[in-house]
Design a protein around this ligand. Sequence first.
Ligand SMILES: [Zn+2]
Length: 174
Amino acid sequence: MMEHPLSQFNYCPKCGSDNFHIHNEKSRKCADCHFVYYFNASAATVALILNEKRELLVCRRAKDPAKGTLDLPGGFVDMYETAEEGVRREVKEETGLEIEKSTYLFSLPNLYVYSGFQVHTLDLFFLCQVKDCSHLKAMDDVTDSFFIPLQEITIEAFGLGSIRKGLFRFLKEL
Ligand SMILES: [Zn+2]
């Protein structure tokens, strides 16, 4: 049985009442002020970047969840931002690379624990072309970023479930 996404939200965020009850599988409603709060997955992006030798860009996670495991560049989409703008911004922040073109491939739902809270995301996978792979740096949320030949990729080295699933699908369809 899945935990209700708002199981830890015991008080109405509007009036502070504890008469804040589960309304349906993704919302709570306040019996005092009638405020209804819906929980939805947050949009996130994942970048698949190949260099001219057909090697894939991977990063090593600097932070939990799954600290120290391999990952692909990407992150949450900000409010008022398109997914294409989000993936471009995250790749720039994490690797220093400039995305020239991004093509949407597919999406996968993901669930992980952050700060003791179950975070639901919808990960949007993009095949990205970069201008110049030579300016690669590891910054922001990653300790390392490097290119790896496709045949040397081990899915188990990646810590997040949706990344493992997405990589499997990408390599199969390639
Ligand atoms: Zn209320």
